[in-house]
Write a protein that binds this ligand. Sequence first.
Ligand code: NAD
Length: 319
Amino acid sequence: MNTQDVNAADSSSAKPNIAFIGLGNMGAPMAENLLKAGYALSVYDLSKDATQRLQQAGAKVADSPKGAASNAQVVISMLPAGKHVHSVYLGDMGLGESKSKGLLSELPQGTLVIDSSTIAAADARIVAEAASQAGIDFLDAPVSGGTGGAIAGSLTFIVGGSADAFAKAEPILAVMGKNIFHAGEHGAGQVAKICNNLLLGILMAGTAEAINLGVKNGLDPKVLSDIMLQSSGRNWTLEVYNPYPKVMDNVPSSNGYQGGFMTKLMQKDLNLALQTAQNTNVNTPMGAKATELYEAHTVENGDRDFSSIMALHDSSVLS
Ligand code: NAD
């Protein structure tokens, strides 16, 4: 372990160099916003297409997480699931995917690590504990707001970790988000995030069901959506993410359900929520039903945006 103290992300000093790992639907626009705000960025992703986009935007591309972090005081990751996060940070100490050393063993003391992936709170706490032993500040900082929020820099960050690390991270998170919450200690950000996504999964499934009922009874989906938007059924999916094609511009449902938040990722989050509920003897019957629906839908549509749950009622929306 390198024991050099790098005095990470002191907001009173010059902008820290940032390593960004995971440049998918969310990570790419988040990283682009950091570049626009003048941060020097070094990036890594397994996908060459993903890194190319960031290279064109002005980032330095590395060929490993270690390479990306070599001159960085802050590391941000935006990866699909817990196994990827463990693989990057813990390597062989993690869930067995990687044969390499984890990034935590390579970083100088004082580095600030911000993981914005949605993963189990228990997995986040394992990384936080390993980081703490290496003298590294770790925050779980999952986000809400979708790809639209990532592009607009208006995400909600839900952060777990120490108050000191939170204070160091806040100016950086403020570049990518509008609302930044300190939920509590390590893992608290992930717990709050899966509570939110449990509700989101239910709301999207319910909204799709209601629109389908109206359409099958002769209503125009846009007219019905406008009515519900001004009535007590109003919710985030009706406001900014309507699941019915062509009701709204610039949402996945009007683009063949491409991009956005993949059904398999929603499925992962619902399972995290149900697992947490089971571990703590909490009853989540609506969540269990929603999980069943997304599970059935994931079989053939896992890579489509989760609003394609609409197709459970009307498969023609996919064409
Ligand atoms: P994505 O699949 O589009 O992107 C993930 C990226 O990580 C891919 O580019 C992939 O190549 C890369 N990757 C995977 N393993 C890697 C590794 N070991 N090293 C480097 N790169 C690796 O997923 P996304 O939609 O960007 O979601 C990322 C996270 O954010 C997930 O945990 C998801 O649940 C969460 N999230 C997504 C949304 C959304 O609307 N898409 C909203 C909120 C939260």
